[in-house]
Ligand binder design. Structure first.
Ligand SMILES: Cc1cc2nc3c(=O)[nH]c(=O)nc-3n(C[C@H](O)[C@H](O)[C@H](O)COP(=O)(O)OP(=O)(O)OC[C@H]3O[C@@H](n4cnc5c(N)ncnc54)[C@H](O)[C@@H]3O)c2cc1C
Length: 354
């Protein structure tokens, strides 16, 4: 999110310095790894506006850097079809392509997966190449004059009227605006200086599984438990997943990992949850080896209703609480944060005092 804000501000001719506490490409926050779902299956207008804008901006970033960042392999949503009907009607209102197919037809097309009930197919969705996106955002921002400084932890932010001083080990930087996108460390860094809803940091543990047949076609997927079906009682949450080329099929529970301190993480999966994920994979992803789980450790910073926080308080702009579904929106979030820094506003849904 910070890299996207830097790109959006620098391309408007603002002088920008980005400060990151760890080295480039670190695996200690929320944005590492090769893939993220690019899923347009939202019913809410604010999110559909943001993801539609993000798609255009991902394309702009691709042409600015000459890199491919989106793989629109399609995304299938199944389970809790009542919710999916709402998504389909929002799509219909906006001319976003999506359609329902029967479970048998989906299983015929995607032989590595099992389906129950109708399946909402969203052809214009798929994956974002996450690691490549971080490199491209830096490249594009620096091409417009931004400066990225890694291994430079911000120790404090002091507000002084309409300006702020950012304290780092080598001294202070005073700035017209400070955009804080500190992920799991947001609460620690801002410590009540700006109004924020409660942010809960969890350690999430999806895993990659080895496909049994490399010729199988894989969409990205979201699977919601059927609330009235006792067979789903062992589920921790909805499941999301996708193919990560070279690493396997990623599958994970959403937002149910152990609450954690980002500076005191175990980086090891909670075994009972992992076992339940393996059971899910055995039942629903017959195209992979359920015994081949390679866990990933990553942080979510979640708000109670999973709505993002995009707001400004004096000279401090905040982007936080992306609740495990922010990556797809990244360049559009960067645009909103740049607007906030320039005195503009964010959609009411995302303001801290909502
Ligand atoms: C397992 C997992 C799966 C996900 N899957 C999806 C998906 O399929 N689709 C999707 O859209 N989203 C997904 N997400 C969510 C998405 O990855 C996040 O919303 C997004 O990466 C958040 O980005 P961020 O910039 O806020 O956080 P981060 O990338 O964590 O960035 C915060 C940065 O601030 C730095 N920082 C913190 N404090 C300081 C300080 N004091 N000084 C300097 N630097 C500091 C940190 O080191 C860190 O690099 C997933 C997330 C996880 C964890």
């Amino acid at each position: 999110m910070g890299s996207a804000a830097a790109w959006q501000l620098a391309r408007r001719g603002r002088s920008v310095v980005l400060l990151e506490q760890f080295e480039q490409g670190h695996h200690i926050g929320a944005s590492h790894g090769s893939t993220r779902n690019f899923n347009m299956a939202y019913a809410e207008p604010d999110y559909l506006d943001l993801v539609t804008e993000a798609k255009d901006l991902w394309n702009e970033l691709e042409s600015e850097t000459g890199t491919q960042l989106l793989d629109l392999v399609g995304l299938v949503n199944h389970g809790n079809v009542r919710r999916l009907r709402e998504v389909r009607s929002s799509h219909a209102e906006r001319g976003i392509a999506s359609h329902f197919i029967p479970a048998a037809e989906a299983a015929e097309r995607w032989r590595g997966m099992n389906f129950r009930g109708e399946v909402l197919v969203v052809p214009g969705s798929g994956r974002v190449r996450a690691a490549d996106a971080l490199v491209a955002l830096r490249q594009a921002a620096e091409a417009h004059g931004a400066r990225f400084e890694y291994s430079t932890p911000v120790r404090d932010i002091r507000v002084d009227g309409d300006r702020a001083a950012v304290v780092i080990d080598s001294g202070e930087i005073t700035a017209h605006r400070v955009v804080v996108t500190a992920g799991a460390w947001t609460g620690k860094l801002l410590g009540g200086r700006v109004p924020l809803p409660e942010l809960v940091v969890t350690q999430e543990q999806p895993a990659h599984f080895t496909p049994l047949d490399d010729s199988l076609e894989w969409p990205s997927f979201n699977h919601n438990p059927d609330p009235d079906d006792p067979r789903d009682a062992y589920w921790y949450s909805p499941v999301y997943g996708m193919l990560t080329p070279g690493e396997g099929i990623k599958a994970g529970w959403h937002g149910v990992g152990p609450v954690t301190d980002p500076d005191a993480r175990s980086f090891t999966p909670e075994p009972v949850q992992l076992e339940a994920l393996v059971r899910y994979v055995r039942e629903w992803l017959p195209g992979v080896d359920a015994g081949s789980a390679v866990p990933i450790s990553c942080t979510y910073t979640s708000t109670a209703n999973e709505d993002f926080v995009l707001d400004r308080s004096g000279p401090v702009v905040v982007g936080a609480g992306f609740s495990g579904h922010g990556f797809k929106f990244t360049p559009a979030v960067g645009r909103v944060l740049a607007d906030l820094a320039d005195g503009g506003a964010a959609p009411a849904r995302f303001t801290a005092r909502r």
